[in-house]
Design a protein around this ligand. Sequence first.
Ligand SMILES: [Cu+2]
Length: 193
Amino acid sequence: MEELHSALVSPRHVWWKPAGKQEKVWVTVSFVWCMILFAMMPLWHIKGGQNPSGIRARVDPIAYHKRVEQFVADYKIGEESGMPIVAPPPGSHVYLLGRMWQWYPSLQLEEGKSYTLHLSSTDLNHGFNLQPFNINFQVVPGYDYGLRVTPNKAGDYRVICNEYCGIGHHLMIGKVLVTPAKTVAAPRQGEEG
Ligand SMILES: [Cu+2]
């Protein structure tokens, strides 16, 4: 019977040809790959070691600003071009503020010591990017992000903003100085450490 190509004529009941071997193989490979990627999502979340450790809390931007000012007042050790340099004691809470267009204040931390680094913004979204490492965090007004950090390499590092935040975005460069671990003399025999 001659095929009629018309919308008025209904197509044959079985209009398709059964899938060939190659097509079956391809569909199988694709399906298996989809399942692998699907499993990777929860697996990477649990095993990937990329999830931030620490606390998240809502915070009023004005309250956060006050907290940062208190932190600066408590542990300020100097100033550079009007920017306070703050050296908090090991184990303490460290507050860094992202705002147009600076990271405030400059931090001085000690190698091998742990801190809780709080990040927030008082105006709009910024991106905390510690150079030269692949560390990126969204810094969002209204949210206090507390990360447990242990600087493991002494050096003079820069924080840049990787979330476009206006005309001065490229000038938004902060400073984190990590001082070498203080060498502690081993306790002598009979002495309690
Ligand atoms: Cu920015």
